[in-house]
Design a protein around this ligand. Structure first.
Ligand code: UDP
Length: 235
């Protein structure tokens, strides 16, 4: 395997499958199998999961809700998704721990870096819930932050498109895909990979990002073994 320790970022929306809201158990079970494949290869796996399938603070604010209150709801949504993913992984006999950035001690461990790293060394999947624990941030920022903290080799952004394109491929048929691109070029061309806070944190810490299609079975294993099926963002 090319990478020894990875951080996988999954959006909340990815868990919806073909639904409009919530969690699709079939999709979760597929993800669990894909993750199991790389665990079986000895890869250490940490996961940050989003909450957009349930609630986003920005959406609440646009309806007149206090933004911070909405962000708290969003962070709790990521914990719900984390619990669902934990359950799917354990159904697939993959040992896991859920650690949250906001304390919910009866439900999950609090985030403790050294403990997280110890779990990873023991082959447990560590799911980080609750984002960064702060309003006005996203789970992309949480993903980069945790990846740096646990010294992951790479951040894998599993999406429904297979990489970064010159334009939105769902809107522009002439759009072409990059196999590799630099952080500077992403910024110069105004391409959308992550929000700017998350993206520059990754750049400053020399943490490569790979964007790939997580919804095709076996793709995660391909990426981790070094096959360039998505787009790699590097210095
Ligand atoms: N959130 C937050 N702080 C964080 C991470 C997330 O306040 O550090 C809240 C925010 O309201 C966000 C929601 O949780 O909209 C869900 O996260 P995100 O939008 O990143 O989920 P995704 O788009 O990946 O599903």
């Amino acid at each position: 395997m090319k990478y020894n320790r990875i951080l996988l970022k999954l959006s909340g929306e990815a868990l919806m499958g073909n639904r409009q809201y919530g969690i699709d158990p079939d999709r979760l079970a597929e993800y669990a199998q894909d993750i199991k494949q790389i665990i079986n290869q000895g890869v250490q796996v940490a996961i940050v999961i989003g909450g957009g399938n349930i609630f986003r603070g920005v959406a609440g604010a646009s309806n007149g809700m206090d933004r911070v209150q909405g962000d708290h709801m969003g962070m709790l949504a990521t914990v719900i998704n984390g619990l669902a993913l934990q359950s799917a992984l354990e159904d697939a006999d993959v040992p896991t721990r859920l650690q949250t950035a906001i304390k919910i001690n009866e439900v999950a461990e609090p985030f403790i870096r050294r403990k997280a790293m110890r779990h990873l060394d023991k082959g447990r999947v560590v799911i980080f819930g609750g984002g960064t624990g702060n309003p006005y941030f996203t789970t992309d920022s949480a993903a980069v932050l945790r990846a740096i903290e646990i010294e992951a080799d790479v951040i894998l952004k599993g999406t429904r498109v297979d990489g970064i394109y010159t334009a939105d491929p769902e809107k522009d048929a002439a759009a072409t895909k990059f196999d590799n691109i630099t952080f500077d070029d992403v910024l110069r061309k105004g391409l959308k990979v992550m929000d700017t806070t998350a993206f520059t944190l990754s750049q400053e810490n020399k943490l490569p990002i790979i964007v790939f299609d997580m919804n095709k079975k076996g793709n995660l294993l391909k990426v981790v073994s070094g096959e360039n099926i998505g787009t790699t963002v590097n210095l």
